[in-house]
Design a protein around this ligand. Sequence first.
Ligand code: EPU
Length: 416
Amino acid sequence: MDKIVIHGGKALVGSVRIGGAKNAALPILVSSLLTDGWCTYENVPHLRDIESIKQLLTHLGAEVETDGHTVRINAAGLSNHEAPYDLVRKMRASILVLCPLVARLKKARVSLPGGCAIGARPINFHLKGLTLLGADIDLDHGYVDASAKTLVGNEIFFDIPSVTGTENLLMAAVLAEGTTILRNAAREPEVVALIDVLNLMGSKIKGAGTSILTIQGVKKLRPVHVSIIPDRIETGTFMVAAALTKGSIEIKDCEPDHVTGIIHKLRQTGTEVSIKGKKIYVKGSKTIQSIDIKTLPYPGFPTDMQAQFMVLMAIAGGLSIISETIFENRFIHVSELRRLGADITVSGNAAMIKGVPSLSGAPVMATDLRASASLILAGLVAKGTTEVNRIYHLDRGYEAIEKKFQKLGADIERIQ
Ligand code: EPU
């Protein structure tokens, strides 16, 4: 299996381009299932998770063509209603096909995704919502069996705003009879991006970006040609890299409006951040100030940036507390960061980080996607050599990250 080897200590300088957002591309590619013509998507990142969803869509009977960062999908021949365990277990977001399948084929059989490294991650909101729209749901041998003669609009309340839960139910409600109201819905930019695409297809969704979404069902949707929004987590990861290495980076083709929480917190550490159109300039400060962070649903601080900020706090000048409120087990990177010399203690959903003068390179193991990114960041600033093993997860969510860091002057390479 590939590993990444980093000789740390170089200040990163230069310009980096941000790719399309994984978590926007996944539901948007799936939304093609709601139409029966060729949909064209540009700026689709080259990632393992994107390959997994394309494989699943092909399995369901869609035609999928890829040319560089453009993906074309035609679900006219959608015929198979079963998403098998082997395809779903690779990526939890596969559950997103559940509602579109019921909306188009009136039935779906989708493997239950199961837990993952960062927590149990149940799908009860998806199932409860789909039931409220009129589907019969059975759990059978590890599969969700759902069927509905017709889907009928209803009012659905999320106990906690769920990103993929909101996206899944949107894709059922758009083809349901009558009006659906989603309350306490997720407001993440990726949800808004999906709503924009669904509305271009002919859906009638109001309230994008708010926690109350009103969907007036329509009979049929048409194919679209759209570009995927920039990845705000990739943007944030490079911002932290500049701050950590006391470098100076221009981040281009990003969406500054989607990273205001990250910018706000980064400025509190003493890092200089300025914005010009779709570019963000980040300049690290000589001393990094420690700050406290609490992860929250958007527009709060993203859980997907928690591990990266923890590395920054690991070399900050003081004590910092990071509270993780979204996923119950998202501190798996802590033990690996400790191997690099970080002083971190975890108690419940809070991590206490005492800044140390420097980290020192060591072999470490990547455990989940954002944890892997944090280990790469730690390697960039650690003294000596860091070897990040099992980088399978990194390739799920960051396109050619080592090449982008090489261009910024990092001493980093992938070894096969
Ligand atoms: N939850 C439930 N029941 C449900 C659904 C969610 O209890 O039916 C809980 C979760 O356990 C969690 C909270 O609700 O405590 C929020 O989870 P959410 O459903 O929003 O997470 P998700 O949709 O599974 C997406 C992203 C994650 C990101 C989270 C939070 C995609 C494909 N995944 O997951 O991205 O961390 O939202 O923002 O959009 C990543 O990219 O590394 C990643 C993990």
